[in-house]
Design a protein around this ligand. Structure first.
Ligand code: MF3
Ligand code: ZN
Length: 715
């Protein structure tokens, strides 16, 4: 397939811009950055001209909410995480032509020009609308400031999108809305906003999509169905101070909607790159030409890239539309209890501290959620790294290089070839084509599998040829075998380069080949070897021992947590305490442990009706106490940031809740003193932890029933 291509095709790669409101997550890497990087690296090696851009998405409510939570400015948040993201992206070996920021003035200018052009073209109009307004906070509640129930699927929805079904929502659409800041129910209030006439593009979009049957099934189906249901115009301004100002008079106190503006980053970052290259018009070669545009993102971003952004491009006129949008499903973390508890975590800074970037890239590549969700599992990560990356690929390369270095010290000459040798050389070519084809059709997992299979073939070839026997009596034949094996090593360096850039380069250098592997053409995998002396090589990859990491990190942090006996309890009855107006008396059903009565001071914050039937988390081995005349046998757990938020669980009543990774050794009875001293709090993910170990029942993690800041104590 690759041979049929002409050199120098132009490929534009847009990578969804991560919000700069927290550390990068493995999910962002596997869904967007890594597939884009593999794809980009491959195309550069094919001799195509790649422009790959992304950046920090720094506006909108994801950033302002985080800033409000921490009491700092949105700019502080954006600066902090932009810097961290840039470092992490670099450490992972992800290479872009430009990783920009939506808060810079260049982007602002491009966005305002784009907006004005849509306005001139007649696709922007003002309209008075009702928007949620919180009377107790005295402000409008754009987007994520509202949380409620999705009117389409019943899931948890934010003001602008449902987290569960992915449907984008308009202001006021969510059911049972709550103010994210204070929990009050907002009222609807009139405010004027500017709208983008998305509805005008139904036919044009469907026509553009007509030949997109090669898209991933879920992406094309989702997109077409959505359009067929009818497109509605969308408000593209918000009542916010943080964001790109609206370049029209009368809208000084509004900002452009973050999504409307962030997608334009693909264009602004391209133009910015052109400026940086001192070829300010060069962006046109990608945006006003026959370049192919690929966008890498996770599934919740699909409509923005397959409907709204294309419609904006159509409204603008003379800009290139997406060619393919190979959106990924999600990466889940069922194995998380095991290691997250030890702080190994799924946050990129943590992962990078402990593992080599290529090990991370390998596991993510062969586990890419291309067609359906896949799971990050630490045991499996360990097994795949050790068996495949180290055991198959690393091992083959190491065997060949050490043996050759020891017995020849240089690349030996190739003599007469046997059919086995020919077959091996042919496999190099065939597999290379298969990898090529897989990458070009964005089946990256498949490409990685082919690569490992090729290394496996190499190991088999060595086992059959037994160079260690040949070297004694048939030194020349042995040299030929090694030469063939070294050809394979070279091909592996080339083929691995898009996926495992660090390893690819290491192999290339150990082979003594000149230059950098990423500067080679893909076809170079089939060329002969440059003569080179070989020094004693070092292993390519390290094995991983997850247990070692646990041993190293476990211990102290969770001291004391193991003594708790925590159970899921269902509230069967709630009464007001006869003698205290802050207290309730609860009758609890704790499954096998029977019924218990406890007293808790949450009456000012919770109504009786909303408590009945709920499943909460209770310390059942707390020393009983008499509280204002009522005997209390245990204590419920709540996060407390001034007002309590009950920890809720989904397991059956009586089921055990434990700090993950901690061996439970519940004491017969624990004192309230011990409980006060335990490092019980809410972590960055909103999960209850004891000494950093997540509390879980068999269904999953335990969380407070509303969002609280990381570090909020639990008692
Ligand atoms: N920040 C968004 C998210 O994380 C993605 C934005 S993609 C962009 O979901 F192109 F619009 F920037
Ligand atoms: Zn409020």
């Amino acid at each position: 397939m690759s041979d049929r291509k002409t050199d120098g095709e132009r490929i534009f790669i847009g990578v969804a811009w991560p919000y700069a409101n927290g550390p990068l997550h493995l999910g962002t890497v596997v869904g967007c950055l890594l597939p884009a990087d593999i794809f980009g690296r491959y195309h550069r090696m094919q001799g195509n001209r790649v422009l790959m851009v992304s950046g920090s998405d720094e506006h909108g409510t994801p950033i302002t909410l985080k800033a409000e939570k921490e009491g700092v400015t949105p700019k502080d948040i954006a600066d902090r995480y932009n810097r961290q993201h840039v470092d992490n992206i670099d450490a992972l070996g992800i290479e872009l032509e430009n990783f920009s920021r939506t808060s810079n003035s260049f982007h602002r200018q491009v966005v305002q020009d784009f907006f004005l052009r849509l306005h001139e073209n007649g696709y922007i109009y003002p309209e008075t609308m009702e928007s949620p307004y919180c009377e107790s906070c005295g402000r409008f509640l754009p987007d994520r400031y509202v949380e409620g129930t999705c009117p389409y699927c019943g899931g948890t929805a934010r003001g602008d999108q449902c987290e569960d079904c992915g449907k984008t929502l308009e202001a006021g659409e969510v059911d049972d809305p709550r103010c994210k800041l204070c929990g009050e129910m907002p009222v609807m209030r009139e405010t004027e906003h500017l709208f983008f006439e998305l509805s005008a593009f139904e036919d044009e979009l469907l026509a553009w999509l007509a030949d997109k049957d090669f898209w991933r099934g879920n992406v094309i189906t989702f997109t077409r169905n959505w359009i067929r249901e009818g497109l509605e115009d969308r408000a593209v301004t918000r009542d916010l101070e943080w964001g790109v100002p609206v370049p029209l008079e009368g809208y000084e106190d509004k900002r452009l909607y973050v999504w409307f503006e962030a997608v334009m980053g693909y264009l602004s970052a391209s133009r910015e790159w052109a400026e940086q290259q001192d070829t300010p018009e060069a962006w046109r070669n990608w945006w006003q030409s026959d370049a192919r545009h690929y966008y890498f993102l996770a599934k919740d971003n699909i409509p923005f890239h397959t409907i709204i952004w294309p419609a904006m491009l159509l409204a603008h006129g003379d800009l290139r539309l997406p060619y393919d949008v190979p959106a990924n499903e999600y990466l889940t973390f069922s194995g998380e209890q095991f290691s997250k508890s030890k702080g190994i975590g799924v946050w990129i800074p943590d992962v990078l501290e402990r593992f080599a970037p290529d090990a991370i890239r390998y596991y993510l590549s062969i586990n890419m959620p291309e067609k359906h969700d896949t799971d990050w599992n630490w045991r499996d990560f360990e097994a795949k790294t050790n068996n495949e990356l180290v055991g198959t690929l690393g091992n083959f390369v190491h065997r060949v290089l050490t043996f050759t270095a020891k017995h020849y010290g240089e690349i030996p000459e190739m003599g007469k070839l046997t059919p086995d040798d020919e077959a091996m050389l042919e496999a190099i070519e065939k597999r290379g084509e298969a990898i090529s084809e897989a990458i070009e059709t964005v089946r990256l997992k498949q490409g990685m599998k082919e690569l490992i299979a090729l290394a496996q073939q190499g190991n088999r070839y060595l086992n059959e040829q037994e160079p260690w026997n040949l070297v004694k009596q048939q030194r020349e034949r042995c040299g030929t075998v090694l030469h063939v094996a070294l050809r394979l090593v070279k091909a592996l360096a080339v083929y691995a380069a898009p996926y495992l850039p660090h390893a690819g380069q290491r192999i290339w250098s150990m082979l003594g080949q000149p230059g950098q592997v990423k500067e080679q053409r893909w076809k170079a995998a089939l060329d002969g070897l440059a003569d080179a002396a070989l020094e004693t090589p070092t292993p390519l990859f390290d094995t991983i021992d997850i247990d070692d990491l646990v041993a190293e990190d476990g211990g102290d942090a969770a001291e004391g947590c193991e003594q708790l006996d925590l159970r899921v309890a269902e509230i069967s009855r709630v009464r007001e305490h006869p003698d205290a107006d802050r207290l309730y008396v609860f009758d609890l059903d704790i499954g096998g442990l029977g019924r218990r009565r406890i007293v808790a001071g949450i009456r000012p914050w919770y109504d009786e009706e909303e408590l009945e039937g709920r499943r909460i988390v209770v310390v059942v081995n707390l020393k009983p106490a008499v509280i204002r005349g009522v005997r209390s046998q245990g204590m419920l757990l709540a996060a407390d940031d001034g007002s309590p938020s009950l920890l809720v669980a989904t397991g059956e009543p009586g089921s055990v809740v434990t700090p993950a990774g901690v061996e439970a050794a519940p004491a017969d009875e624990v004192d309230i003193e011990l409980l006060r001293e335990l490092p019980l709090e809410v972590n960055e993910d909103g999960v209850a932890v004891c000494g950093g170990c997540e509390l879980r029942d068999k269904n999953g993690v335990v969380r407070p029933d509303r969002d609280v800041a990381a570090g909020t104590p639990i008692h």
